[in-house]
Structures are given as structure tokens and as C-alpha cells.
Ligand binder design. Structure first.
Ligand code: OSB
Ligand code: MG
Length: 375
């Protein structure tokens, strides 16, 4: 039995080594809400909320998550007993719509707690089988095609197994063409639009077909499954959905409609590991490849993502860059690293997250703390 006695919300600020620009805006300093869940025996599990300050990626923000965690998540979890972390999902779904990023932060922390208590790796508890995962990099929008070529060249040199280019109207075909021409056809290349286009752009988007991309990620709004299906019928390049995939049912709908041939799974977006595993399973049943996306997480969120990505049907490289790509210093020890041939090792031999949470570092970065306790 897991008896949750406390949930602590800790906001930290952490500057990115280099600003990260996507179609909806630029991030220079990340503000991240970490969640520490404590049980009656004093064991702690860590979670990381993937919501940002502004509702650019989804409707949720750090402040909506804070409200949801305080008002609705915490009361369903605190002082309650759960046989296993998987039961948290049920408790958080009953008559409680949406707020998936808020739910995920606690749900994933409880999975980490259960793994820690059981003395097994989170990856093993989740059903992971792989011990090495292919890593891809997501390159932000640059000021010129030449600048992007330099970034892509450096990424290839570091061994990344797939390079994803963020695109937006006005910064798309010429940028991709420049990278293709400079680095050749062997490079595994994809693009991610973060919903910056509309169906009227279909003909323009068909211009990507000549570059041999492995996928075009989320060209349209999250809700636009039918429009994605219409675009997919007009493109050779596979579409991949990210923002749209908030549940296993949504993934099933997308597959049935033909909205995507590849799916990006982010547990922090989909309400947690139980939901992410269900998306993984339904995609496996439909033979739709999946990969693990990222949200510029710290080493805590990365531990969760690496553990999930070790499940058998994650066959494409994940956005699981090493700590040093994002931060001067991460908040975990050891930091996450990548092999010279672009892979990350799954710490299957260490209990829980597989890395230690660096409390001194977190204390230094903390700008706000809120302790929620059982009544
Ligand atoms: O769409 O995958 C995305 C970062 C912030 C918001 C959305 C996305 C991203 C990334 C970053 O692509 C990937 C990473 O964490 O390295
Ligand atoms: Mg994306």
C-alpha cells in the first residue's frame, strides 16, 4: 500500500544554455513546477509538470496546474491509500475532466515513488524492455538557413540519430532545403510546426515532400484531426501528431481517421504513465510507430521519459537530449548523457528514477514552494 501524506510544489527557474524558439514563441529561461510526493514512511517520489507559463502549447499553464493540483488533484490523493501507482489514474479520472498536465505531474511522481519503494527501476516497473534508446534532437527556429545548417551539422557530429527542425510559416521550405543540401540525403530529418499552419496551406506543405522527411509533426491545431487526415491524403510524407494525442481514445480516433502515421507520446501531456502506456499499446496494436517527445525537461522529467521510452514499441528516436544540451548544470546526479553514437542508457539497475535528485541545486533554483498536506 502507498499512503500519500504530502505533495510539495516547487517552482524553479533554470536558464537554457541557448534560447529555444518554436512557432509560438521563444524560451530563454525555463520556469518549471516540480512535484515531490511523500508517503507515510517518508519515501519521496518526484514529478515534473510540463506546463509552461503561457498557454501556447496547450491550454494548461503552470498557474492552471497549481490551481488544479491544489483544488482537485491533492484532495483525491492526500491521506488516501493506493495499492499501486496505476490506481492513481482511476482516482484522478473519475468526474474530473482535463487538466492532464497537472494530473500527470502527481501520477508520474507516484510511479517513481512506487519504483523507489519496490527497489526496482521505474523503467522496469513500467514494463520497459530496452536498455539503450536512440536519441533525436529538436532544433529551434534560427534566424537564417545558414545558422540552422550550422546547428544541424553540429548535431550530426554529436551523433544524434534524427534531427528535427522546428518550422513556421516563412521559416520552412528554404530552411529544410538548406539543411538537406548541406548535409545530404542520409541524414534522418523531420520537421515540427507546433500547429502553425492551416488547411489552406496544404499545397505549400506538400512542398516538404521533396525533402524525404521521416515525418511532419503537428502542422495543424490539436483538435483538427479531420484536417490532418485531409492533409495526409495529399502528402507522401508521414504526419506525426503530438499536441493532438491526449489519450488512448484520441490516438485511436487519429488512426481510424488517417490523421497520422506516427505518434509522439509525452506522458506529461497525456495525463501520466497509465495513459501513455495505453497510447503505446493501442499504437502497437495498430502497427503505428511511436517515439517519446520532450518538453525541455530537467533531469527529473527526462528520467520519466527515458523510462517510458524503454517500452518495446518505442521504435523511433526520442527527443531525449543529454542534460548538457539544455543546462549548465542539471538538477540530477549523474547528469543525463548520450553515447557518441546517439543513444541514452536506461538505468535499469538503479531503483526509482535511476538518478539522484540534487536537493542543494534545487534549493538554489527554487523561487516558490507550496506544501499540500492531508487534512
Ligand atoms: O513540440 O515537441 C515539441 C519543446 C517545447 C514544447 C513543445 C515541443 C518541444 C520540443 C523540445 O520539441 C524537445 C526537447 O525536449 O528536447
Ligand atoms: Mg512537437
Amino acid at each position: 500500500m502507498i499512503q500519500i501524506t504530502g505533495i510539495t510544489l516547487r517552482d524553479i527557474t533554470l536558464p537554457l544554455k541557448t534560447p529555444f524558439r518554436i512557432s509560438s514563441g521563444v524560451t530563454t529561461v525555463r520556469r518549471i513546477m516540480l512535484v515531490a510526493v511523500e508517503d507515510a514512511d517518508g519515501a519521496v517520489g518526484w514529478g515534473e509538470c510540463v506546463a509552461d507559463r503561457e498557454p501556447h502549447y496547450s491550454a494548461e499553464t503552470i498557474e492552471t496546474c497549481r490551481l488544479a493540483l491544489r483544488a482537485w488533484v491533492a484532495p483525491r490523493v492526500l491521506g488516501k491509500q493506493f495499492a499501486r501507482a496505476a490506481d492513481i489514474h482511476t482516482a484522478l479520472e473519475r468526474d474530473f475532466k482535463g487538466h492532464r498536465m497537472a494530473k500527470a505531474a502527481v501520477e508520474m511522481a507516484v510511479w517513481a515513488l512506487e519504483a523507489e519503494r519496490a527497489g526496482i527501476a521505474l523503467a522496469v516497473l513500467l514494463g520497459g524492455t530496452r536498455d539503450m534508446i536512440d536519441v533525436g534532437i529538436s532544433l529551434g527556429i534560427q534566424d537564417s538557413p545558414d545558422a540552422l545548417v550550422e546547428q544541424a551539422r553540429a548535431a550530426r557530429g554529436q551523433g544524434y540519430r534524427r534531427i528535427k527542425l522546428k518550422v513556421a510559416p516563412g521559416r520552412d521550405l528554404d530552411y529544410v532545403r538548406a539543411v538537406r543540401e548541406a548535409l545530404g540525403n542520409d541524414l534522418t530529418l523531420s520537421v515540427d510546426a507546433n500547429a502553425a499552419y492551416r488547411l489552406e496551406d496544404a499545397e505549400h506543405l506538400a512542398g516538404f515532400d521533396e525533402f524525404g522527411l521521416v515525418m511532419i509533426e503537428q502542422p495543424f491545431e490539436a483538435e483538427d484531426l479531420r484536417r490532418h487526415a485531409e492533409l495526409q491524403r495529399r502528402l507522401r510524407t508521414p504526419l506525426c501528431l503530438d499536441e493532438s494525442i491526449t489519450s488512448a481514445n484520441r490516438a485511436e480516433d487519429a488512426m481510424a481517421l488517417g490523421s497520422a502515421r506516427i505518434i509522439n507520446i509525452k506522458p506529461g501531456r497525456a495525463g501520466g504513465f497509465t495513459s501513455a502506456k495505453a497510447i503505446h499499446d493501442i499504437c502497437a496494436a495498430h502497427d503505428i510507430p511511436v517515439w517519446c517527445g520532450g518538453m525541455l525537461e530537467t533531469g527529473i522529467g527526462r528520467a520519466h521519459n527515458v523510462a517510458l521510452a524503454s517500452l518495446p514499441h518505442f521504435t523511433l528516436p526520442g527527443d531525449l537530449s543529454p542534460s548538457a544540451r539544455y543546462w549548465e548544470q542539471d538538477i540530477v546526479t549523474p547528469e543525463w548523457t548520450m553515447t557518441a553514437d546517439g543513444r541514452v542508457r536506461v538505468p535499469r539497475d538503479r531503483p526509482g528514477l535511476g538518478v539522484d535528485v540534487n536537493m542543494d541545486r534545487i534549493d538554489d533554483l527554487t523561487v516558490r514552494t507550496e506544501a499540500l498536506r492531508a487534512p
